[in-house]
Each structure stands twice: as structure tokens, then as C-alpha cells.
Design a protein around this ligand. Structure first.
Ligand code: NAD
Length: 371
């Protein structure tokens, strides 16, 4: 039994690779060891039993070699940055998926499952509901609105503050290149899978947290930045008013969802959210983390915001729960495991300075205008 994990040196892919090894698979990994994610080269957690191919998922020859004889393909490699190189998002995330499907057909592979990593990002700002005019798809918040410190999404008809709806799999509302690439990735796998009789499943992960997460990965966002600041006895800096709702899921729960899909044909042809089933505000997150780190530091809420941030993003997990999966880890588990991981680095000063520099260089943070 052979399995391929693309991006298997990365955070989520490496955990999936380990579990496949435990299940007795011969595991092959294709990873280009992106310098931003792996500044020190191939990480030590890639087990010696893994057949490691240092290559790019966009390279047909590399993928031909990697896919020879595989039954399971777990596509985790992705370009996930804040840079404006839109075509790199699409080629790395979506076109690579098309290449995988193309090679399955071309090589006549008897594949039991292709599972692709989509993202909650595919929802963009998602859907909201106005108390008077009902549900609508949000187009995001304007710069002028944010400069007035009006944080909630407004009804396009009457301008009233509206409530977020739980994100469900039938929705999508991508608003940037990464989100578009993830939606195209999942549609490519699911639609071509349906057309060519290839069992495929797409997972829209919420913000996934756990050991092995790159300290540079933009997804580690708030957790990484708050942890690093608190470790340096600095207050976590909260944007907007801190009442933004987010959804943090533990890596073990994400891996469990993938394992279920490898075996369960009820997941064929379908997208599934993988989240915590719980909304956490940024203030709550900061307070719990500060407590867990045993610090007596109040957060700073300086009246700043970032263009492009969603106000609220919380996924419904009912569809996957109906198949027997459920998140088992709590926010405290996430903090405990992340802290153990980050503390294992010893001095995190370099990462802290790099994260700080990237934030400032991105120029994404703006201040509200006094009225
Ligand atoms: N971490 C999250 O919170 C989160 C949330 C939603 C979706 N996702 C998706 O989950 C997947 C895994 O994310 P992660 O957090 O483990 O990221 P990661 O950056 O830790 O791992 C991705 C791996 O892919 C490799 N890679 C990048 N480009 C490649 C290429 N062209 N060819 C071969 N390898 C390449 C990188 O070197 C890295 O090892 C991604 O598809 C991501 O879009 C992650």
C-alpha cells in the first residue's frame, strides 16, 4: 500500500504522513522545502522511513515519479503568502491539482482517494443576516467604514449591523488570490473526480494550530504573534475592537478528518469543513493565552485594523459530524501544544523580529481616523 503526501514536510502534511506510516503505508512525500516555511532545510520530523522527493508539485516528471503505484493522495502542498503574485497561487494550488487528476487518468492509477486541503478562506467574508432584510453575501467592509471604527458588517439595504451566519459547505465567496486558488483546487479535484470516477474529497480547514507549524506561516497569525509578544513580556496587540469571531482547530482533529476520508466512501465527491465548532473572539483568545502563559499583561487595543481581514469566520461542522467525526481538542489543548512547540525553539527572538518586520513591511495595519 503506497500513499503520497504533497507538502509532507510541512505542518499538516507531516502529521498526515506519520499517521499513514502507522497504518502500514509506504509513504512518499513531495516537498519543495519552501525557504519561507523551512529556512533551515528539511525538518528533522520527516521520518527516515518516508521516501522523500525534493521537488515541485507543478513539475510533471516529479509528480509522475511520486504517483507511481499510489492508492492514497493527500494534497497538502500550497503557496500561502501575502504577496501579489497571483499566478503562483493558482499554479501551485489549483493547477497542481489538475496535474494530479491528469496523471491519475494518464497513468491509469487505481486510486482509493484524493484528499485536497482547501480552506475556510474560500468563504471570504461569508454570509451575514440583517435583522430586517435577511441574509446577504458580504462584499467586505470599506476603508472609510473601518476608519470610522464601524467594525460590524452592514446590511447593503439599510446599513444596519448584521450577524454572521455559520459558514456552510454550499457557500463560497473568495476575495483574494489564495482563496480563489483554494476554491479552484477543490472544484478541480471534486468535479474532475466525478467526471472520471476518481474518489476525491476536499477539506476546508479552519485556522489549524499545533506543533510543527512554521513560525513564518501566515496562518499561525494571531497565535504566533500573541505568543511571541507575551514571551517577550509585551502586550498582545488586538486589531479592531477584539470582538472578531474566529475558529481554531487542533491539528489532531484535522488529521482525524483526513484519515476518515481515506476510508469512507461517503466522503467521495464532497467538500467538508473541518473546524472547532466554536467561535472564539480575539479578546477571549488573548485573555486565555495570557492566563495560560501565567503573565499579568493586559492586551493593547490601539484602534488599528488591517484591510482585508474578515470580521467573523466560523464554520459549521455538522456535515462532517454526521459521518462520525467530531473535534476532540479544546482551545486549552491548542495553547498547551503550541506553547510546548514554540518553547522548544529556545530563543525565539529571531522569529519575533522577523514576524514584526513582515507585519510592518506588509503595511497592512491602519489606524482609525479621529471623528
Ligand atoms: N494551517 C492552516 O491553518 C490551514 C488552514 C486552511 C488551509 N490550509 C491548507 O492546508 C495545507 C497545509 O498547510 P500547512 O499549514 O501545513 O502549510 P505548511 O506551509 O506548513 O506546509 C506546506 C508545505 O508545502 C510545501 N510546498 C509549498 N509549495 C510547494 C510546491 N510548489 N511543491 C512542493 N511542495 C511545496 C512547503 O515547503 C511546505 O512544506 C495547505 O494546502 C494550506 O493551504 C492550512
Amino acid at each position: 500500500m503506497k500513499a503520497l503526501v504533497t507538502g509532507g514536510a510541512g505542518f499538516i502534511g507531516s502529521h498526515i504522513a506519520d499517521r499513514l506510516l502507522e497504518r502500514g503505508y509506504h509513504v512518499r512525500v513531495v516537498d519543495s522545502l519552501q525557504p519561507r516555511v523551512h529556512p533551515k532545510g528539511k525538518p528533522a520530523w520527516v521520518k527516515p522511513e518516508i521516501e522523500f522527493i525534493h521537488g515541485d508539485v507543478r513539475d510533471k516528471d516529479v509528480m509522475k515519479r511520486a504517483m507511481e503505484g499510489v492508492e492514497i493522495i493527500s494534497h497538502q502542498a500550497a503557496y500561502q503568502d501575502y504577496m501579489p503574485d497571483f499566478s503562483t497561487f493558482l499554479s501551485t494550488n489549483a493547477t497542481s491539482t489538475a496535474l494530479i487528476m491528469e496523471l491519475i487518468v494518464e497513468m491509469k492509477l487505481d486510486v482509493k482517494k484524493v484528499a485536497v486541503a482547501s480552506s475556510q478562506a474560500a468563504y471570504g467574508e461569508g454570509r451575514y443576516t440583517c435583522p430586517e432584510h435577511g441574509p446577504f453575501e458580504s462584499r467586505g467592509r470599506s476603508l472609510e467604514q473601518l476608519e470610522r471604527a464601524e467594525w460590524e458588517v452592514k446590511c447593503p439595504t439599510c446599513g444596519r449591523d448584521s450577524d454572521n451566519l455559520l459558514l456552510e459547505e454550499h457557500m463560497h465567496n473568495p476575495f483574494n488570490a489564495y482563496a480563489l486558488s483554494k476554491l479552484f483546487e477543490e472544484m478541480t479535484a471534486l468535479r474532475l473526480g466525478r467526471l472520471h470516477g476518481i474518489p476525491a474529497t476536499a477539506f476546508r480547514y479552519s485556522i489549524t494550530q499545533g506543533p510543527r507549524q512554521s513560525l513564518y506561516n501566515s496562518y499561525s497569525g494571531v497565535n504566533r504573534i500573541f505568543c511571541l509578544r507575551l514571551l517577550h513580556d509585551l502586550p498582545p496587540v488586538i486589531y479592531e475592537d477584539g470582538m472578531q469571531k474566529r475558529d481554531y482547530v487542533h491539528i489532531d482533529d484535522v488529521v482525524a478528518a483526513n484519515l476518515l476520508a481515506f476510508d469512507d466512501p461517503r466522503t467521495d465527491g464532497e467538500p467538508f469543513n473541518v473546524g472547532s465548532g466554536r467561535a472564539t473572539t480575539v479578546r477571549e483568545f488573548a485573555a486565555e493565552l495570557t492566563k495560560m502563559m501565567d503573565k499579568d499583561i493586559a492586551p493593547s487595543i490601539p484602534g488599528e485594523f488591517r484591510m482585508g481581514d474578515n470580521r467573523h469566520s466560523v464554520s459549521s461542522i455538522e456535515k462532517l459530524k454526521a459521518l462520525g467525526w467530531a473535534p476532540k481538542r479544546t482551545l486549552s489543548d491548542i495553547f498547551a501544544d503550541y506553547l510546548a512547540w514554540i518553547q522548544g525553539f529556545g530563543d525565539v527572538g529571531d522569529y519575533f523580529r522577523e514576524a514584526d518586520k513582515l507585519m510592518r513591511e506588509a503595511g497592512a495595519v491602519r489606524a482609525v481616523k479621529p471623528s
